[in-house]
Write a protein that binds this ligand. Structure first.
Ligand code: C2O
Length: 548
């Protein structure tokens, strides 16, 4: 195994999109940011140097961080932010994972411009469970604001209203030809006929689940969230923020003399703040002979499902199954459960402060909550407080195992939509097996929520629409080949059941990967206690760990 060294200089950078030039926060002056490549088993050291006025922290999304919780990155959860002029070296070993993940800033809305791929190859003597592709290409979806994303979220938090939607979706930072003034900013994938390409799809968008499709081509899904899945063919991929999906693209056997549009646009339900504009790129076959060069090529466009096509999404996610091959999977589905939790997830409201006019529902402030608790980040890092056993004033371990009122999915909002604020967590004994049912609420409208868990992969053992039925639904759980991932779209107006083994000591954040919902409080944390003192697995904090 190798140690991979990276330096991330956080610097300001000028970028022009949609005919406007603005200053963004970047890594090394690159947008999207540089890619991290490693092999399974490698150690990765990333020195992050903060040269901007914002506080920063970086999260390695989907990396298990087994016994390396100090390197996870969410601000005020596992570390204090890296302040201007300071640096911190993230130090972790990639254990039992290979595939595509990504890194992003984990403080405020900085991840709008601070993100990049993490590509993990198999160990040297290992191969993919499919034929080696001719080429591998990261395709990272994002969102672009003409305004400063920090101002966008700050305005939302101050007024209590929804934030302005982004001005474009992007593929590898580029909005593509369907947006004004962007035809030069178009992603082009140049291919040869008769070859197989591995596309590493990453949804780094801030607030939207996406449908993705390439005209006149189907792709074969082979991996989700850096875990292999049973291959299946599809013409449309569903991908939520926080998810990564590897697909094989087999090109046409002969040069087709045509150009194919690839496109992504939101899947969105419920009321709210999304649009349905489309990012596009081109799949272009390299010219085989010169005489074709100047002929006009036919342009084919893909068909994407309607913006609210929940049926398509359910059908797609049903097909995702783990490979269920011990050669490739470290984890096994917990067959028994030590701890069961039922969490309601959704929007809510908070009272409007006096002398303010709030733009949320009925003059309140938009909030979001898990079990009606809107999570407040503390002013110091929770992992330090936990490790040094001085959590008093930082957090309490009384997070409820069930919602305060029984969830009733009627589609009608309850009378009381007010959430309570708090920094409350669940404490888990080391290595307990956990079952968690996540139920979308109908408070302020049903909506899909991409829930992301730090520090673990979980198995998605079942999902359904309406209310979870604790008497009859468990009989339908798939404990044989459920898909294993780190982010799950809780179905709009429905529920999902997941299981994981709490084998990783530390403080682990769980939140909606819609950045606006996270900002509004749809987040909480799990504390996994360590093994017995003598075998304690989480080492003391690194000496350069930032202080608050
Ligand atoms: Cu990708 Cu807590 O985030």
């Amino acid at each position: 195994c190798t140690t991979r060294h990276y330096t991330f200089n956080i610097v300001q950078h000028n970028v022009t999109r949609l005919c406007k030039t603005k200053i963004i926060v970047s890594v090394n002056g690159k947008f999207p940011g540089p890619r991290i490549t490693a092999r399974e088993g490698d150690r990765v050291l990333v020195k992050v140097v903060n040269n901007v006025t914002n506080n920063v922290s970086i999260h390695w999304h989907g990396i298990r961080q087994l016994n390396s919780g100090w390197a996870d990155g969410p601000a005020y959860v596992t570390q204090c932010p890296i302040q201007t002029g300071q640096s911190y070296t993230y130090n972790f070993t990639i254990t039992g994972q290979r595939g595509t993940l990504f890194w992003h800033a984990h403080i405020s809305w900085l991840r709008a411009t601070l993100y990049g791929p993490i590509i993990i190859f198999p160990r040297r003597n290992e191969t993919y469970p499919f034929k080696k592709p001719h080429k591998e290409v990261p395709i990272i979806f994002g969102e672009w604001w003409n305004a400063d994303p920090e101002a966008v979220i700050n305005q939302s938090l101050q007024t209590g209203g929804g934030p302005n939607v982004s001005d474009a979706y992007t593929i590898n930072g580029l909005p593509g030809p369907l947006y004004n003034c962007s035809s030069n900013d178009t992603f082009r994938l140049r291919v040869k006929p008769g070859k197989t390409y591995l596309l590493r799809l990453i949804n780094a968008a801030m607030n939207d689940e996406l449908f993705f499709s390439i005209a006149n081509h189907t792709v074969t899904i082979v991996e989700a969230d850096a875990v292999y899945v049973k291959p299946f063919a599809t013409s449309v991929v569903v991908i939520t923020p926080g998810q990564t999906t590897n697909v094989l693209l087999k090109t046409k056997p002969h040069y087709p003399h045509a150009t194919f549009l690839m496109a992504a646009r939101p899947y969105a339900t419920g009321q709210g703040t999304f649009d349905n504009s489309t990012v596009a790129g081109f799949l272009e076959y390299e010219e085989q002979s010169d005489h074709l060069h100047n002929k006009t090529k036919t342009l084919f466009k893909p068909t994407l499902p309607a913006i609210g096509d929940t049926g398509f999404v359910a059908n797609f996610t049903q097909k995702l199954r783990s490979l269920n091959n011990p050669k490739y999977t470290l984890a096994t589905v917990p067959q028994t459960v030590d701890k069961h939790f039922f969490f309601s997830v959704g929007l809510g409201s908070s009272p409007c402060p006096q002398n303010t006019s709030c733009q949320g529902p009925n003059g309140t402030k938009f909030s979001a909550a898990v079990n009606n608790i809107s999570f407040v980040l503390p002013e110091t890092a929770m992992l330090q407080a936990h490790f040094f056993q001085n959590s008093s004033g930082v957090y309490t371990t009384d997070f409820p195992t069930n919602p305060p009122n029984p969830f009733n999915y009627t589609g009608t909002p309850p009378n009381n939509t007010v959430v309570s604020n708090g920094t409350r967590v669940v404490a888990l004994p080391f290595n307990s097996s956990v079952e968690l049912v996540l139920q979308d609420t109908s408070i302020l409208g049903a909506e899909s929520h991409p829930l992301h868990l730090h520090g673990f992969n979980f198995f998605i053992v079942s999902e359904g629409f309406g209310n979870y039925d604790p008497t009859n639904d468990p009989a339908k759980f798939n404990l044989v080949d459920p898909v294993e991932r780190n982010t799950v779209g809780v179905p709009s107006g429905g529920w999902v059941a997941i299981r994981f083994q709490a084998d990783n000591p530390g403080v682990w954040f769980m939140h909606c990967h819609f950045e606006v919902h996270t900002s509004w409080g749809l987040r909480m944390a799990w504390i996994v206690h360590d093994g017995p003192l003598a075998t304690q697995k989480l080492p003391p904090p690194p000496t350069d760990l930032p202080r608050c």
